[in-house]
Design a protein around this ligand. Sequence first.
Ligand code: B12
Length: 307
Amino acid sequence: MSSLNSHTNHFSIKAVSQATGVSVETLRAWERRYEVVAPSRDGAGRRAYSATDVARLRLLRAATELGHTISKMAPLSDSELGTLMQQSVGQARPLSRSAPFVERALEAAAASDSTGVEDILISPIALLPPSEVAHHVIAPLVHAIGERWHTGQITIAQEHMVTDIIRRLVISVSRGYLQRENAPRLVLATMSDERHELGILMCGWLAAARRIRTQYLGIDCPPAEIARFARDVDASAVLISIVFPDALGTTSKQLHELARDLDEHCEIWLGGAAASLLPTEQLPPRSVVLPTAFDFEQRLDLIPLSA
Ligand code: B12
């Protein structure tokens, strides 16, 4: 089907995904579980969305970005959704409130002041919602540290110092959430040759904040070992971070080994800066790339609350 069927003004799922910023995977899940829209079908049985569907999906996406959950919004009419958005926009927090923490942590890092970096980061971690800290404090801080290291303003040792502090803080805050006995479980790791772990640690934190049980297995983990552990704990999904593109050569093979050894019901979620570079046809079954933080958080919302 072309993206727009000119006779009926209906759109394909791919076109709708591009127009709304909601991934195809998330769109299907929203429809299956919450019936957020009911697209018609074309002659070949493929979804065909109307312009009204697209407008509603845009509203839903915008509302989820303001912190509303899809399960609560799905039953609302378009006009109720519009009202909710108007009320929420006024309450939305200015993102700039996170910026001073990044600046101050960078200054402390450049002065090799580890206690200073730690003190500065503890405040937003204690006071702000985890996803705001992850996306507007920690990720920009780590990226800025990387850039300053390139331009010689920060040394390798100072970069390692900050990374170590973030690592410890995120692990410790993630362990602090009470976890429900029968909550679903996620296993998180990086596979062989991947040493970047801050992204996957942040994913673990965002999941733990939703009372999902998480187990982080660390970096450089052989796929067979990840699979064995996931089976032992009856995990709902294994989360793998792929950041370093040079490691991609072996990634597909490792993912297939992982998929082969996992239980049938266990999914593989892939993310990180280099995950989208993996050719789709090389991905094993039951694996899904979650390219943005939005896709990841939507996916978390779709996990059944008890395992
Ligand atoms: C910190 C860092 C390191 C640290 C990592 C420390 C640690 N404990 O994690 C150390 C020093 C170990 C390191 C090593 C190396 N690094 Co490095 N590193 C970085 C740096 C500065 C930050 C990466 C990071 O942590 N980002 C912060 C996190 C939060 O972002 P993220 O990983 O993208 O994760 C986000 C999302 O992608 C998502 N996400 C991540 N994982 C997952 C998983 C799932 C399932 C989901 C849903 C979502 C998700 O969630 C996060 C929040 O939004 C980047 C530079 C940069 N600007 O990114 C270089 C960078 C990634 N490194 C690079 C390189 C080259 C290396 C080395 C080869 C250096 C060397 N010569 O040894 C090695 C490679 C080691 C290896 N085999 O993996 C390059 C990669 C080059 C490229 N072509 O892209 C970069 C881009 C630097 C550069 N500009 O050259 N590095």
